[in-house]
Design a protein around this ligand. Structure first.
Ligand code: ADE
Ligand code: ZN
Length: 335
């Protein structure tokens, strides 16, 4: 299938680190990996929950040491994303995961930024950067890192909140989000991936987020669903991620079709594609195969992503026109 043009709004750049690149960077930097080869590393990609994935995700980051490493990872993602139909990407990075390893903030920020430079010309993908904060680390540390990012004028459009969700509610990060809002930054937060519907409510009421990352557990709370529909709050759903982290048992029972039917503002994203079995196009292909989504449903998902993106009106019109052109030229029915 020709991939539908989309905006990718929920993507951790460190989650795009493919096993081949992990080994190449390890060799370049003289890092000894605890795996004999790529196959042994790949055998670790069996997750039972979010934490079991995070352990490997953080451990593999040890190969990222120089600006060049961050830039190479970013360019690898853009190359693959372009083939997947991504035309605009809002990319999260986890600065604290690098600072705690002794990698300076400037190294990861400048490296990813260098990787993104020229993306529109080279890959046809416009990009933005989101600094995500680790909710299982102290909230005052997150605030200090945000202050540092602001002081160095880091080219970020917003902040996010990720890592282990349960036991780390949005309410712990009120001061961080107040600071981000006052600095004019956009605000997103993971909520309702493994955590309860109340975490989604807290993200809305306390953090005043512009988008909710995941949000699938809203479906357990009818009143919350009604509110999210009324507000057309964007939910950046990641179907293959939810299957691999066992947030859902199988793709066939994923709530996405029901969410679409209820009129929730959902879009499809790849989260950590190197770990979860696929990029945007793979997510769409599996959804089509599993639920038989037609062109109209794929267009709706793609339009939702563009409507929820932090872009100018002009860029939004361009992206919507690309989706319309895809539909007019046969949509999903044309190979
Ligand atoms: N960090 C990277 N991927 C994540 C996910 N799916 N949930 C929470 N934190 C993450
Ligand atoms: Zn995520």
């Amino acid at each position: 299938m020709r991939p539908v043009p989309t905006a990718e709004l929920h993507l951790h750049i460190e989650g795009t680190l493919e096993p081949e690149l992990i080994f190449a960077l390890a060799e370049r930097n003289g890092v000894e990996l605890p795996y004999a080869d790529i196959e042994e590393l790949r055998r670790q990609y069996e997750f039972v929950d979010l934490q079991s994935f995070l352990n490997l995700y953080y451990s593999n980051m040890t190969v990222l040491q120089t600006e060049r490493d961050f830039a190479d990872m970013t360019r690898s993602y853009l190359t693959r994303a372009a083939a997947a139909g991504v035309r605009h990407a809002e990319i999260m990075m986890d600065p604290q995961a690098h600072l705690s390893r002794g990698v300076p903030l400037a190294t990861c920020v400048n490296g990813v930024t260098a990787g993104l430079a020229g993306s529109e010309q080279e890959f046809g993908i416009s990009t933005e950067l989101i600094a995500a904060f680790l909710r299982d680390e102290p909230a005052d540390e997150a605030l200090a890192v945000l202050e540092e990012l602001l002081a160095m004028n880091a080219p970020i459009i917003g902040i996010g909140l990720d890592s282990a969700e349960v036991g780390h509610p949005p309410s712990d990060f009120l001061a961080l989000y107040e600071r981000a809002h006052s600095a004019g930054l956009k605000c997103v937060a993971h909520a309702g991936e493994e955590g309860p519907p109340d975490y989604i409510r807290q993200a809305l009421d306390l953090l005043e987020v512009d988008r909710v990352d995941h949000g699938i557990r809203c479906m357990e709370d009818e009143e919350l669903v009604e509110r999210l529909v009324a507000e057309q709050m964007p939910l950046t759903v990641c179907p293959l991620s939810n299957v691999r982290l066992r947030a859902v048992d199988t793709l066939a029972v994923h709530p996405l079709p029901g969410m679409l039917e209820r009129g929730l503002n959902v879009c499809v994203n790849s989260d950590d594609p190197a770990y979860f079995g696929g990029y945007q196009d793979d997510n769409f292909a599996r959804l089509q195969e599993t639920f038989g989504f037609n062109t109209g449903q794929l267009v709706k998902l793609a339009e939702n992503s563009v409507q929820s993106a932090f872009v100018t009106d002009e860029r939004r019109r361009e992206l919507l026109a690309e989706i319309e052109a895809w539909q007019n030229s046969g949509g999903a029915d044309r190979p």
